[in-house]
Design a protein around this ligand. Structure first.
Ligand SMILES: Nc1ncnc2c1ncn2[C@@H]1O[C@H](COP(=O)(O)OP(=O)(O)OP(=O)(O)O)[C@@H](O)[C@H]1O
Length: 909
């Protein structure tokens, strides 16, 4: 037992010894590895220290310390061989750098001033040099072959931050001015703009550049108003960003390269600070501007502005007035700064550039300058874009698209609103074919402003893009409603098509349905405040429709351009801000009120024949001032219209012209001319107030109630309605098929009635003007089914006394017979078209319960409330006005509609 225990113990101890041995081996190896790692670390740290300080730059104590290091020999040896290898390669370095700068800083960007100073640049601004020379540097060794040019990237590459040393402001001015002269001499005049701000001074910043400040090429900012400059820059960035993005580009540089058009100028912004941090809000703004600026072709040169920006920034820190350290060359090399270019030569050069710019801008531009060289080359799939004016020679565009779907234009009378509309319409029509752009043009004010765009007596041409031209619409607010209804219907049609093709906007719809016809629609409504001129149903409906179109039109390519003398006064508009808010494009003519944002006063100071164009809902940073060329003088727009007409008129129909000042003429009206004998006669009473040229008619089937009452004492209109009803029916019956019976107790109208009877006879019908109406009615009631008859009763009210009279022995009066004819006649093809000069007399005629016998009526100068019993009891709003009637047909109408009776030129009445 004892033996077994000793044996076991032995085995355990042996095993433990083995384990101890193994652990010892592992620990030994670990200690060795650690020692080696520590030695490597020490070596690397030494190497780092030497590289950081520089082998030859270390102080003697430092050198001593390094030499005591155990790895000193090895590290110095390794570094020495790297250095000599580097310098062997670097023997080509300065030459390579010289070549690089020569390539990237050509001409005035890099050559000595003597080679170019005083010449005007030719670079159109599509691309810019990558580097701009500031001085030179010499690599270790010091001989001239080791000298190379030092240049910095600017414009869309990088910002530049310059830090001064004591008493170096003149040297800094020299650097900045040299750079600016290089930049403005490189590009053609107008392709670059310089903005100067100095916290310390207002006027004397870089005085040699003064001649440029007379032009748009150089702007100075108030020392205390850095925010104005930053606001302006933010506006440019936003605008440029939006136009790049909408064209599918991420930067202005890319857009220029791909489209071959400069679009915007380059902008160089010089900010002179004083070394103190900016107030927090400004610093935030600056940071924001700096981060978006380069993609918008805007570059900052910041002098003593200590702000960390998240964008590429090269630095130049002055050591003294001739030397600096630059981020381009690293801390080891000192840059020898170029001396300032000679002041006199600079002034002369800048003066020359300023003069070239002024000559190029060439004073006010004309309407023709808005037009492209070739007509109709643009696609409206994504947006509409057209210049409408010029700012210092550069075109200023209006964009109508997803971001700015609708426009609001304001300006007092005479400020050039209509002229602006012509400039806009012309510029758009010249760029887009009528397949791409359809215009609906409405002018509520009296006058003929858009009339010339439709064919007229003097000029047969028309604007092929115009689908509808409405003029003198001032009293016909219903026509405005009709246009809005039409647009809302079109909106629905487009939405349905978009749904069917599973797309969400016009561009995609056009792609998915290439054979469909989906032009962008622009509806221009001048003096649109008339739509809201009363507290009535028209205003309520107009507001609702406008809201709907404004909200949903954006994605369906339906755009509103609303113009008004005084936007401020439109109560309904302000009560319903939805429409207003959707009008992100604001155009303020000089002195316009409330079109721009509350605090934006740009319109107040806008000069004559200018407009403030703002795509940012009127916020100040979106302001773009533009001179609008004269588009409304004689022959200016017309010559473009002729060109367009010749180009397109054969393929596109003439626009519908609605002229509220002229009633339509029956003999020229298509709906009348198209009438032929048929089994469903329809009496035409007038023209509907609608976008399409439609007639308002009354079907006269053999059914109860199919009589027509003309109500009111307005004789000309009443005669017109009687006349057009009879003559239109006459065309629909074969000769002999129908008999017309006329009665006219009003003496003044007898000739008109006679004339109509003669015309009807000429058409081959039996037509008689009867004296004894009672007798005729009596015989009619006796033979109701003897054939189609049309009773044309002029002035039934005047006939009532004789109708009411009963001859002795007679049971029934003429009035009784008339009631029978009204009630039972229509079922047998006997229809009465009667004119009552007052509603009371109509009621007398019909007697108790007879209102149903008048299924349709046209009211003239009668009050709406009197009409309710004849309109199924509904409240009727009607303000009588000359040349218009309110029409109601119980079988087809929910509510009465306004119509325009035809003109009767042959009658004096
Ligand atoms: N940019 C312009 N250059 C030259 N003349 C202009 C310009 N704009 C407008 N005019 C002229 O000024 C006059 C008034 O212009 P316009 O009819 O466009 O103003 P408006 O604001 O529409 O005024 P209103 O509302 O009274 O019609 C016209 O005779 C027009 O020819």
């Amino acid at each position: 037992m004892a033996n077994r225990a000793a044996e076991q113990r032995n085995r355990v101890e042996t095993a433990l010894d083995r384990v101890r041995h193994q652990i010892g081996l592992v620990l030994g190896a670990a200690a060795g590895a650690r020692q080696a790692a520590e030695a490597d670390l020490a070596k690397l740290e030494l190497e780092r220290d030497i590289v950081r300080v520089g082998m030859n730059h270390a102080a003697p104590e430092q050198q001593n310390e390094w030499s005591r290091h155990p790895a000193a020999h090895e590290v110095f040896g390794a570094l020495g061989s790297v250095r000599s290898a580097f310098y062997t390669d670097w023997s080509q370095g300065p030459a390579t750098l010289r070549e690089l700068v020569a390539q990237n800083a050509p001409g005035s960007a890099g050559l000595p001033a003597g080679d170019w100073l005083g010449t005007v640049g030719h670079n159109p601004g599509l691309t810019s040099p990558g580097l701009w020379r500031v001085g030179s540097a010499t690599a270790a060794g010091g001989d001239a072959t080791r000298t190379f040019d030092v240049a910095v990237p600017l414009l869309d590459e990088s910002h530049l931050a310059i830090t001064s040393a004591p008493k170096t402001r003149p040297a800094i001015d020299g650097i900045v001015q040299n750079l600016l002269i290089r930049v403005v001499s490189t590009f053609e005049p107008g392709a670059v703009r310089v903005h100067l701000w100095d916290i310390g001074q207002l006027t004397a910043i870089l005085p040699d550049l003064y001649p440029l400040s007379q032009t748009s090429a150089l702007s100075l900012y108030d020392p205390g108003r850095l925010e104005d400059l930053l606001d302006e820059l933010a506006g440019h960035i936003r605008r440029i960003h939006a136009s790049c993005m909408s064209a599918g580009f991420t930067s202005l540089r890319e857009m220029r390269q791909k489209t071959g058009q400069r679009g915007e100028p380059y902008r160089v912004v010089v900010l002179y600070g004083n070394g103190e941090t900016l107030e927090p809000e400004r610093a935030r703004d600056l940071k924001r501007v700096a981060s978006g600026a380069l993609a918008a072709g805007i570059c900052l040169i910041m002098v003593d502005v200590p702000t960390a920006v998240s964008a590429p920034v090269e630095t130049l820190s002055l050591l003294d007035d001739r030397h600096a350290i630059s981020s381009m060359t690293g801390t080891d090399l000192v840059v020898d700064l170029d001396p300032p270019m000679p002041s006199g030569q600079v002034i002369r050069a800048v003066d020359k550039i300023a003069k070239a710019l002024i000559a190029k801008q060439g004073g006010p531009r004309s309407f023709d300058d808005l037009l492209p060289t070739e007509l109709g080359h643009e696609s409206s799939a994504r947006e509409l874009r057209a210049p409408v004016g010029f700012f210092e020679g550069e075109p200023v565009e209006v964009v109508i698209g997803d971001a700015s779907p609708h426009a609001l234009i304001g300006g007092p009378s005479g400020s050039g609103k209509t002229n602006f509309l012509y400039a806009l319409i012309g510029s758009l029509a010249a760029r887009y074919t009528p397949d791409e752009l359809a215009l609906y043009l409405l002018d509520f004010k009296e006058g003929v402003s858009f009339a010339g765009l439709a064919p007229g007596r003097k000029d047969a041409s028309w604007l092929p893009h115009a689908r509808l031209v409405g003029v003198n619409v001032n009293t016909d607010r219903e026509f405005g409603l009709a246009l809005l209804r039409f647009l809302a219907d079109e909106l629905r049609r487009r939405s349905a098509a978009a749904k069917e093709h599973e797309v969400t906007n016009l561009a995609d719809l056009r792609e998915a349905d290439p054979s469909g016809h989906w032009p962008r629609i622009v509806a221009v409504i001048d003096e649109f405040q008339y739509l809201f001129a009363g507290r009535d149903q028209v205003t309520a409906t107009a507001t609702q429709l406008l809201e709907d179109i404004a909200r949903r039109g954006r994605s369906q390519g339906i755009h509103l351009v609303l113009a008004s003398q005084d936007v401020a006064g439109i109560e309904a508009f302000w009560g319903k801000p939805a429409v207003f808010e959707q009008c992100t494009l604001r155009i303020a003519m000089p002195k316009a009120r409330r079109v721009l944002a509350e605090t934006n006063n740009a319109a107040v100071s806008a000069p004559k024949w200018h407009a403030v164009i703002n795509h940012d809902s009127g916020v100040a940073h979106g302001n773009q001032l533009a001179h609008i060329p004269d588009a409304s003088s004689k022959n200016v727009f017309v010559s473009l219209q002729h060109r367009l007409w010749e180009e397109y008129a054969g393929r596109f129909p003439r626009p519908r012209l609605f002229d509220g000042a002229h009633s339509p003429i029956l003999e020229q009206f298509p709906a009348y001319l198209d009438l032929k004998p048929n089994s469903k006669p329809r009496a035409l009473l007038g023209q509907s107030i609608d976008v399409t040229e439609t007639a308002c008619g009354v079907d006269l089937p053999r059914a109860p109630g199919r009589n027509v009452a003309v109500l009111g004492s307005a004789t000309a209109e009443a005669l017109s309605i009687m006349d057009s009803a009879a003559r239109s029916l006459s065309r629909q019956y074969e000769p002999g098929e129908a008999e017309f019976v006329l009665s006219c107790p009003i003496e003044a109208c007898a000739d008109a009635a006679m004339e109509l009877a003669l015309r009807l006879r000429d058409d081959g019908h039996a037509a008689s003007l009867v004296e004894d109406l009672s007798g005729v009615l009596e015989s009619m009631t006796g033979s109701l089914s003897s054939g189609a008859k049309i009773l044309l009763l002029y002035g039934v009210d005047a006939a009532l006394p004789s109708l009411e009279a009963k001859a002795v022995g007679q049971l029934k009066s003429g009035l009784d017979h008339l009631r029978v004819v009204l009630k039972q006649g229509p079922g047998h093809g006997i229809h009465t078209i009667g004119w009552w000069r007052s509603i009371a007399r109509l009621k007398d005629t019909l007697g108790f319960g007879g209102t149903d016998d008048i299924g349709t009526w046209a009211a003239l100068d009668v009050q709406g409330n009197e009409l309710s019993p004849f309109a199924a009891g509904q409240v009727v709003h009607w303000s009588p006005r000359p040349g218009r009637a309110l029409f109601f047909d119980r079988t087809t109408h929910g509510a009465p509609e306004v119509i325009i009776p035809f003109q009767r030129p042959e009658n004096a009445l």
